[in-house]
Design a protein around this ligand. Structure first.
Ligand SMILES: Cc1cc2nc3c(=O)[nH]c(=O)nc-3n(C[C@@H](O)[C@H](O)[C@H](O)COP(=O)(O)OP(=O)(O)OC[C@H]3O[C@@H](n4cnc5c(N)ncnc54)[C@H](O)[C@@H]3O)c2cc1C
Length: 289
């Protein structure tokens, strides 16, 4: 199939893009890398009358250090983020996760902002944002606002974004030198969406864990923060943590689902083992971030 007819615009500024979205009254759709949207258009599951290409907006690509952490502009290609030295040094969990987002070909087009804004429950980037405590910048003609990633995801493919709003940046806190990062997923084939996966970081003061951020993906309708496990980890020493003992806490709040790829029971069982193994690896890591 081919898409239903639409107009195409490529604004050069955030103000221009927001004006177009506002005037369209819900009839416009943002396109970034197009890796998810193009198939939806071709299948006519999405039928906007205007497509707003945000990749030419000034300042919409690149990674920068700011007072709040590391800011990734929304149209930054996943392949560029994967190769970015600042992200590699300061947000290694994101870089590790990115290597599992699709394939070389999709990462050459796909963007960080597109993945964050889409809110696919099995996607890696929303879970990274939730785990690390990222802040999402949002703009519209009504102004700008900042939202914690933990408040951004509402349901499968549903976020707090209004139809006239645009994600204009994602800022990841710097978890500090020597922090431990965690990432692991299980997928049928490299590049497939995960059947289950987790990502996170532990901030340290010497051997003591001062902050923990952990999140599941493909374990519920949204990225599921492991709030109880995070709380139990803070204050413990690296050698004092019992990963097996924490696994049940980590699973609380998850709502794994049955689909054609795996059963909920499979996700829960594999998730438990994956959590234990991933946490143990992070605790024992000789060389941390
Ligand atoms: C074969 C294949 C395998 C894949 N495997 C994975 C995988 O394993 N893990 C994974 O996470 N993804 C995977 N993907 C999807 C990934 O490649 C996409 O890049 C990502 O989901 C969307 O990013 P995009 O830049 O392509 O966004 P687009 O497709 O352009 O847009 C996606 C949605 O986000 C909205 N949007 C985009 N940018 C913004 C913004 N700045 N503000 C507001 N709304 C915005 C669009 O309106 C649209 O609704 C795969 C895709 C393919 C084709």
């Amino acid at each position: 199939m081919k898409p239903a007819p639409f107009d195409y615009v490529a604004p050069r500024s955030v103000a221009e893009a927001c004006q177009i979205l506002a005037e369209a009254g819900g009839g416009a759709t943002v396109i970034a890398g197009g890796q998810t949207l193009m198939p939806l258009l071709n299948l006519r599951m999405s039928q906007p009358f205007i497509l707003v290409d945000i990749t030419r907006i000034e300042g919409f690509t690149g990674v920068a250090r700011t007072a709040d952490g590391i800011r990734v502009a929304p149209a930054t290609r996943q392949a560029d983020a994967l190769a970015d030295a600042t992200l590699q040094a300061h947000v290694p969990a994101l870089v590790q996760a990115l290597a599992h987002v699709g394939h070389h070909q999709t990462r050459n087009r796909g963007t960080i902002g597109g993945s964050v804004a889409l809110g696919e429950p099995a996607a890696e980037m929303p879970a990274v944002a939730v785990a690390l405590g990222a802040t999402i910048e949002i703009a519209s003609t009504r102004g700008t606002r900042r939202l914690a990633a933990r408040d951004f995801y509402i349901g499968p493919y549903m976020t707090a974004l209004e139809p006239d709003e645009l994600v204009t940046g994602i800022t990841y806190p710097d978890w500090g030198p020597g922090h431990r990062w965690l990432f692991r997923e299980v997928a049928r084939r490299p590049g497939d969406f995960a059947l289950t996966g987790m990502v996170g970081a532990l901030a340290l003061d010497g051997e003591r864990i001062t902050r923990a951020g952990l999140c599941w993906f493909a374990m519920g309708p949204i990225p599921v923060a492991m709030r109880e496990a995070e709380g139990a980890l803070v204050g413990q020493t690296l050698s004092g943590v019992d990963p097996a003992g924490l696994a049940e806490l980590a699973l609380s709040g998850t709502a794994p689902f049955d689909d054609s790829h795996a059963s909920a029971e499979y996700r829960r069982t594999v998730g438990r083992r994956l959590f234990e193994k991933t946490l143990r690896t992070a605790l024992e890591a000789r060389e941390a971030a």
